[in-house]
Design a protein around this ligand. Structure first.
Ligand SMILES: C[S@@+](CC[C@H](N)C(=O)[O-])C[C@H]1O[C@@H](n2cnc3c(N)ncnc32)[C@H](O)[C@@H]1O
Length: 246
């Protein structure tokens, strides 16, 4: 049986408690440092306000503090990652270059920047501009130029398209930037193997944990906010044969 460990804490603090050289795959979706930018573009639409991550409070750092937090995250990740392991970081396209420069300082080898396309985004101000329907993901390997890549002989593009997260996946509560299970499943299948240990230091509502568990990977998840941590715990506990250590 695979194991799950969940921490309701600042990720860097909890990462310090984990053993060096112990993680096979890091998949994470940190704050994009867009909160302050988005606040200036707040909306009157109630439906949008409910889902507005700029108001959630976890993406409020000024850009220097955010870069510092990313340095801390990559520094600890480089201690935890096994040589030859992989990492996927979701990111806003305008921050991709900043993240790559930081990652390279800590021995992560930059492989690819790809696009996640949302098939049914909220058509906000659709008559005024191009509707935002994409996010970026950045793929790294650690201290090697290749790692696990389970493509099963198929040509895999640097583009993935899914629908937005379904309401069924939000039945334990809402997270404003909850990723669809299908999206995380795509990367966890390709870049890790059964019984590997997957780490998500910015776990949010626990999507990476639900999928890791379903795919028979061990999982370590860290989330600062108690409300989101509780949603993640409930979602992961619902999977079969799960023993959660918190
Ligand atoms: C973009 S969301 C992740 C959403 C997640 N992928 C999901 O499917 O629900 C980023 C999360 O990081 C958390 N967070 C922000 N700073 C953190 C920190 N220093 N340590 C741990 N979690 C943090 C936020 O509370 C937020 O839930």
């Amino acid at each position: 049986m695979t194991t799950v460990r969940l921490f309701n804490n600042d990720c860097v603090e909890s990462m310090k408690e984990l053993p060096s050289d112990s993680i096979d795959f890091i998949i994470t979706d940190p704050p994009y440092n867009l909160g302050n930018f988005m606040k200036n573009r707040a909306t009157n639409l109630v439906k949008m306000r409910e889902n507005f991550f700029g108001a959630a409070g976890w993406d409020n750092l000024d850009s220097d503090s955010w870069e510092y937090s990313m340095h801390q995250f990559f520094m600890e990740s480089s201690r935890l990652a096994k040589k030859g392991s992989s990492m996927i970081v979701f990111m806003a396209v305008i921050k991709v270059e900043t993240i790559i420069k930081i990652a390279e300082k800590y021995d992560f080898y930059y492989k690819t920047t790809g696009t996640w396309h949302k098939k049914n985004p909220m058509p906000r101000n659709m008559n005024l501009h191009f509707v935002n329907s994409t996010e970026s993901w950045i793929y790294f390997t650690y201290k090697t130029r290749t790692g696990t890549f389970n493509n099963e002989g198929m040509v895999l593009h640097d583009f993935i398209e899914t629908s937005l997260t379904t309401s069924k996946e939000k039945r334990f509560g809402k997270h404003p930037t909850q990723k669809p299970e299908e999206l995380l499943s795509h990367f966890i299948k390709i870049l890790s193997n059964k019984d590997d240990t997957v780490l998500d230091p910015f776990m949010g509502s626990g999507t990476s944990g639900v999928v890791s568990k379903r795919l028979s990977r061990n999982f370590i998840g860290i989330e600062l906010d108690k409300t989101y941590f509780d949603i993640a715990s409930m979602r992961i506990a619902e999977e079969e044969n799960v023993s959660i250590e918190t």
